[in-house]
Design a protein around this ligand. Structure first.
Ligand SMILES: NC(=O)C1=CN([C@@H]2O[C@H](COP(=O)(O)OP(=O)(O)OC[C@H]3O[C@@H](n4cnc5c(N)ncnc54)[C@H](OP(=O)(O)O)[C@@H]3O)[C@@H](O)[C@H]2O)C=CC1
Ligand SMILES: N[C@@H](C=O)C(=O)O
Length: 266
């Protein structure tokens, strides 16, 4: 049994898609792993293969992160296990359809997983990694954080939340030696489409990225020290200009008097 010098990566949603691919890549990079999701069999199979192929330690923590008791156990492990050096907050679900036709139970489940569980795990990691002045947190958002009108309202809003949370976390934790990265994938070939009732075949093929390419690009962005990584974006300057436009708004977003055009005369 190894005890990796890279430490242990805790990956949520590791039983399929992006999370399973992160697990494979991180095992190859020499991380020990804690794999979190609900499907015990898939996690066990992946754990066995990764331990055999890479000689790292892989442990399965079966958890439904929308259940308080399960989430509390993962938080506890994150708090207590000083070997954990990387949290990949990846577990997420999507929805299909308009807000007017949304099923309240599905909306609640999405918010509990995509927002609440991610926030609580981020908070524990922020405290633990911050105290040790090392570690990294990767939050999987989505490009729909930037183009919400293109997709389901609740899902897009949840991903805008993840982006916003990550940016503040980086400003709080960066000075303490803890890295935070938000990853914004575009359409990626995983089970999320089928699971949320969307026919992948209806999507333009030139928009779909293979999951291995997506995760490799996200890890390249991580290695380059990016706070926000958009795997599809050809020109990094486009994001820099977006950030620049936001910075330009900054000094004018809070003044003692309304802007001239809103002053009622007469
Ligand atoms: N694929 C895409 O086009 C894009 C995906 N993303 C994001 O990437 C992330 C991963 O999604 P992706 O790999 O595509 O989709 P998948 O459906 O393949 O993976 C989702 C993962 O989350 C786990 N999960 C779902 N519900 C729960 C739960 N209640 N508790 C714990 N784990 C749960 C699933 O495992 P199990 O069922 O075993 O619990 C699975 O491992 C998500 O956050 C998604 O929003 C972002 C942009 C684009
Ligand atoms: N995969 C989408 C949702 O299912 C997205 O985030 O683009």
């Amino acid at each position: 049994m190894s005890k990796s010098i890279k430490g242990t990566a805790l990956v949520t949603g590791a039983s399929s898609g992006i999370g399973a691919t992160y697990a494979k890549r991180l095992a190859r990079r020499g991380y020990d792993l804690l794999l979190v999701a609900r499907d015990q069999q898939r996690l066990d199979d992946l754990a066995k293969a990764l331990a055999q192929e890479n000689g790292v330690r892989v442990e399965v923590l079966r958890a439904d992160l929308t259940r308080e008791a399960d989430l509390a156990l993962i938080e506890q492990r994150l708090r207590d296990d000083e070997a954990i050096s990387l949290l990949v907050n990846n577990a997420g679900i999507a929805l299909n359809g308009t807000l007017a036709e949304a099923d309240p139970a599905k909306v609640g489940a999405l918010i509990n997983l995509n927002i609440l569980a991610l926030t609580r795990l981020s908070s524990v990691a922020a405290a633990s990694f911050g105290a040790r002045e090392q570690g990294a947190i990767v939050n999987v958002a989505s490009v729909v954080a930037l183009i919400p009108e293109m997709f389901n309202a609740v899902y897009s809003a949840s991903k805008a939340y993840v982006l916003s949370l990550s940016q503040t976390m980086q400003s709080e934790l960066g000075p303490r030696g803890v890295r935070v990265q938000a990853v914004l994938p575009g359409v990626t070939r995983t089970e999320i489409w089928e699971r949320s009732g969307i026919d992948e075949a209806s999507l333009p093929v030139e928009m779909i990225m293979e999951v291995g390419d997506m995760v490799d690009a996200a890890l390249a962005g991580f290695d380059q020290g990016e706070v926000v990584t958009i795997p599809s974006l050809p020109d990094a300057d486009d994001w820099a200009r977006f950030v620049g436009a936001r910075a330009k708004l900054g000094p004018n977003l809070s003044h003692s008097r309304p802007a001239e055009r809103y002053r009622i005369t007469g």
